[in-house]
Design a protein. Sequence first.
Length: 217
Amino acid sequence: MLYAEILLREVVQWQVENAHAKLIMLLIADHTDLYGIAYPTIPRLCKLSGLSRSSVIRAVNYCVKHNYLTKVAGKTGTATIYQFNCLKEEGVSVTHQEKNNVTKLNNNTTWGVSETPTFDDFWNTYPRKIAKGHARLAFERALKKTDAVTILTAASKFAENVEHKEKQYIPHPTTWLNGERWDDEIDDVSGRSNTDRLDDIINFDRYAFEKLSIYKK
């Protein structure tokens, strides 16, 4: 991704006295998405860095204290969001919506990444690719309930959380969208594979019937 590539080249050249902090910044940079934010979990940073949980937390706090990073803590069960302050200086800001603690972005940068996420962004992010046509319709319906950034942010976090799950235990994208699972807490994102196909068929048929009824009027 654009920001990850830029940040990795940038951060690797920074003179940072704390070696653990430098390592954690490189990992967070590698997780930064095209909207300028990153949300790797502490366990993931531990796994990738080989550091203990306390060492990772101390390294993150060092980065925040020395103004390398801004950290926005989520509610229990939701992701903590990180943003490099050098990106904020470029005009990319990050805030939390109090109602459901999802990320909203005000992106005025000239780097060409201010577009609203599309279904293709969701499809490329979601960890299971099946029934694309059904998923596209479900995505359109979901946009009537929330915004695309919320969906994409949650889908990215979900993909990270189920990274090592077998595909058969990951819900179909249509099921995930129709279930409004962008509001799921981290502990509640496990798959429901036994009913995925039936849910997809029922939801698609209901949606098709609603569309047909509109056209007949």
